[in-house]
Design a protein around this ligand. Structure first.
Ligand code: 6GU
Length: 253
């Protein structure tokens, strides 16, 4: 997987390329990251990359010319890469998007700073605008790191256990992950659920599935609409709904 990254502050991103799962992927040459610095594509002595917004108001806007030249420069090595702009105005980033980008083999990420970038860059040079959540970061670098991490761990050979990526939250089934336990068997007065010690692999699989469904139902019911559910999954969710109804005081109905 080949990444191109446009950023005024590559120093934020660089450390992640030397450590952990992503660091290993770089060392094994399963992923590569090429940076482009907008300041390298300026002509003035101050290397100005931002300017005041037309119409007035607070903050600064990133000038279009250095950004478009950064994109062109990265496209020399990555001609087929989609160009992604990371911003709080983008569509929510999903695991399905991450899988699609990983399948494409190359990606150019534009991390903005200041109040944002000139809209005309988005109009004609950006393929997708994505956000990593409903909060505001001071720049797109942390979002770019999230994308690089999430894609890298899907690249074949990067994760130790090939099934690890499938079993995650939002894996094939689109549910949150079940709880996990390790030794010791008793901790803080709490025992590990007995079924996990039973050696009954079918019972364990059923328990894990139910807890994944229950968590998703409690915390992220929005995910259930697009999840892959079997008839017994649906039956269990109906049980959860029914139990909730029974626990509501009659006055609430
Ligand atoms: Cl992608 N960028 C910035 N600056 N803030 C964000 C974001 C991205 N996603 C959520 N907040």
């Amino acid at each position: 997987m080949q990444f191109g990254v446009i950023s005024l502050l590559p120093e934020i991103i660089e450390p992640m390329l030397n450590v952990g799962v992503v660091g290993r992927a770089v060392k094994q040459q399963r992923i590569s990251v090429e940076f482009a610095q907008p300041r390298d594509f300026t002509n003035d002595a101050h290397r100005t990359v931002d300017d005041r917004p037309f119409g007035g108001g607070p903050g600064m806007v990133m000038k279009p010319e250095p950004l478009v030249q950064c994109i062109a420069s990265l496209k020399k090595n990555l001609p087929a890469a989609p160009v992604v702009y990371l911003s709080p105005q983008g569509k929510p980033l999903r695991q399905s998007t991450i899988r699609r980008w990983q399948g494409g083999g190359s990606l150019i990420l534009l991390a903005g700073r200041y109040e944002g970038i000139d809209e005309r860059v988005i109009d004609t040079h950006i393929d997708e605008e994505v956000s990593i959540g409903d909060y505001v970061l001071s720049g797109g670098e942390i979002a770019a790191m999230a994308v690089i991490d999430a894609i890298s761990r899907l690249v074949p050979g990067v994760l130790g256990h090939p099934d690890s990526a499938l079993e995650d939250s939002f894996g094939d089934h689109g549910l949150l992950d079940c709880p996990h336990y390790t030794r010791p068997e008793k901790f803080d007065e709490k025992s590990v659920p007995a079924v996990l010690l039973s050696g009954d692999h079918q019972a364990i699989a059923i328990w894990r599935r139910k807890l994944a469904l229950k968590r998703t139902w409690e915390r992220r019911p929005d995910l259930l609409a697009n999840a892959t559910l079997s008839d017994s999954d649906k039956q269990y969710l109906q049980q959860l709904e029914a139990a909730q109804q029974d626990n509501e005081p009659a006055g609430d109905r």
